[in-house]
Design a protein around this ligand. Structure first.
Ligand code: SF4
Length: 223
């Protein structure tokens, strides 16, 4: 899928950069492609609405995805925006200085989780759309004990089709001269919500969130 999708993604990203547009329209298009590919590869999973063990993991996302989520949050009522920013700030403080592996073991709740549902479900990142479990007992075990060796069981087919779309997005960003770094969601979303210059940096092909220590090149982040 990645090879077939790549020319369109490159073309869309080059065009976005040329006109200086916000990435949300492309991100939403890629999310739909990813959701369709996952549905076509569907296997029975244990995931259901209201189950949120995985919303306590460290989540990664591209700059374009994070700017899209920030745009979504900025359209919510002011008190909702304020609540999210407050939670993002608290999470950033709780995880500052932790390695990615240490962060994985903290069970810090995603700032976008509200009443066990995702506040930004329609624009949740690739990582959340791709993630699934065929064994919820393992999710609970690793939630109750983050050091547990229990292994989540996932569908190789679902992971493979998701990788096609995620890889096309990353490769397209590189070819279009746009930021292809992958960031820890909470820290980068806090910057995106509080620093209006983030969008301009993405449009210019700069590192979008230079203050976020927890970021990696795409190939390292998804390896
Ligand atoms: S972005 Fe939404 S789905 Fe992803 S971890 Fe946060 S609350 Fe859960």
């Amino acid at each position: 899928m990645a090879l077939g999708l790549l020319p369109d993604v490159v073309s869309d990203l080059v065009q976005l950069k040329r006109v200086g547009a916000h990435p949300a329209s492309l991100v939403v298009k890629l999310h739909k492609t990813l959701d369709g590919a996952i549905a076509a590869a569907s296997q029975k999973v244990d995931c259901k609405s209201g189950c949120s063990y995985c919303c306590h993991y460290r989540v990664i996302a591209s700059a374009a995805e994070i700017l899209t989520i920030a745009g979504f949050i900025h359209k919510l009522a002011l008190n909702e925006q304020t609540r999210v920013v407050k939670r993002l700030r608290a999470n950033a403080s709780a995880t500052a200085g932790l390695s990615a592996r240490q962060h994985e073991s903290t069970n810090v709740e995603c700032a976008l989780l509200q009443d066990n549902k995702c506040l930004a479900y329609d624009v949740r990142p690739f990582a959340c759309r791709r993630h699934h479990s065929m064994n919820v007992a393992a999710c609970k075990e690793t939630f109750d004990d983050p050091q547990s060796p229990a292994q989540n069981i996932q569908s190789v087919e679902r992971l493979a089709v998701a990788a096609g779309v995620i890889n096309a997005h990353a490769a397209g960003s590189v070819r279009a001269g746009l930021d292809s770094n992958i960031y820890e969601l909470g820290a980068a979303l806090f910057v995106a919500m509080t620093d209006a210059s983030s969008v301009a940096r993405w449009k210019r092909g700069k590192v979008t969130f230079p203050a976020v220590r927890d970021h990696q090149e795409f190939s390292e982040a998804w390896s």
